[in-house]
Design a binder for this molecule. Structure first.
Ligand code: FE2
Ligand code: FE2
Length: 204
């Protein structure tokens, strides 16, 4: 499969690579970026034509920089930012990802789940379990808390550490940046309404 790239820096946004803080951040996260399972996040769709790989790198780098400003543990910010969406199963379809591991990554797409078991509510906890599975040497209470609660206030617990607040804030601000241009939103709403209507009426 064509997702793995030894030259990790080639797959990082050049604006981040050119930033004066890049080398310091890269030293902390390089081993995660080189990990095969983590590189598969290039095939996990996030929102709006962005991959989980790109989104996670943005959240990690910005959290690292912001953490420095607020006197946080910047190593925790960099690692938790990178792994905050490291949940095991995709919630959106991707053909290349479906071709890996007998389509196991797509298992969730066929499930009918009650509202509180859906991706938005559960993926923080799933990512917190998954990072310990793949990176047991990184296990740390602050990293676990930041990953588990990054969807606050959708989570049951309140973030415990200032690093956790940095991750949840940067993730939310990033999601706003990743939103589509407001001009196209009415068309998107119309398409969604038509889709729901067709599903109700024709079952498709
Ligand atoms: Fe998330
Ligand atoms: Fe995220």
């Amino acid at each position: 499969m064509g997702y793995y790239n030894e030259n990790v820096i080639d797959d990082i946004d050049p604006n981040i690579v050119r930033n004066p803080s890049f080398d310091e951040w890269f030293d902390i996260v390089e081993s995660i970026l080189r990990n095969d399972e983590f590189q598969r996040r290039k095939l996990f769709p996030h929102h709006h034509n962005m991959s989980v790989w790109d989104h996670s790198i943005f959240v990690s780098f910005r959290s690292f920089v912001m953490g420095g400003i607020f006197h946080c543990d910047t190593r925790v910010c960099a690692i938790a930012g990178l792994l905050h969406d490291f949940y095991p199963l995709a919630w959106l379809y991707n053909e290349e990802l479906a071709a890996l591991d007998n389509g196991n990554y797509m298992e969730r797409l066929n499930r009918k789940e009650p509202l509180f078991k859906r991706h938005g509510f559960t993926h923080g906890r799933e990512a917190a379990e998954n990072y310990i599975k793949f990176f047991p040497e990184l296990e740390d209470p602050k990293i676990t808390d930041a990953i588990k609660k990054h969807m606050f206030p959708l989570t049951i617990g309140i973030p415990k550490y200032k690093e956790s607040f940095v991750i949840t804030l940067v993730d939310k601000s990033n999601s706003v940046h990743e939103l589509p241009n407001p001009i196209v939103v009415p068309g998107m709403i119309k398409n969604s309404v038509v889709k729901i209507f067709n599903k109700q009426k024709f079952g498709k």
